[in-house]
Write a new protein. Sequence first.
Length: 272
Amino acid sequence: MLERRQVFLRPRKELGQSFLTNRSVAVMEAEHAHGKRVLELGPGYGILTRELCRYADRVVAVELDKDLFRMLRHELEFSNLKLINGDFFEVGEDELELKTTDIMIANIPYSLSSRVIEFLVEHRLQAVLCLQKEFVEHMLAEPGSRKYSKLSVMSQLYFSITKMIDVERGNFNPVPKVDSAVLYLKPRDREIGERERELVNLLMQHKKKTVKNAVEDSWRQLKVDKKELSRIAGSLKEGKLRVFQMGPEELLALARELEVSLGKRVPEAAPV
């Protein structure tokens, strides 16, 4: 019956809808749901939701599309399933049951990838996600490579990342222009302060420059006198390295060193 109804529920381009149609991929993803309380963003036709309900202790699935929500509510009769019609990022934490959620498992719209990663960071939540392959390649990129970026650094600092499988574009309806990949993300047990994060991102904005030049060219954002910042930059042992050649852990250590140095800087003279 679900398949017949899909004929009348065409994916909506304005919502970035492209639904998984290969059940074997859904089964592979759902194997991480055994006995867990699962959060799913964008169940679409419900192919993954069905498998999650078979494995999980509890499934909370959020669907923005009202027509899809009505279809899913009619077709998916599982006692461990809670369906929510709404914008995932506007639904309250209590409604999402975040306090008891163990993992997010979802095939998310490509346009929401960055917001979902930020959500996982904020809530320290592990996840199995199907993402655009190029986005995944940026997340996994190594220092010195062309695709090494702020996304690479922050993703690898916050998560242990395992690529599970590539998923070709033909496994979705409508067929997207790019392939996908499934990742397992496990949060790292660490604290990264807001200032440290800002400094790492600021350095990566100048990733092709030497560390010394990258720091010196950030004087406006850091709101530090040029001469004072040049003195700080000149004292860094990593000063001659190119930013993009440094690994995530090295960049975090550098950000922490900078944070201390900036905190100890000589105050600007008061106007006479």
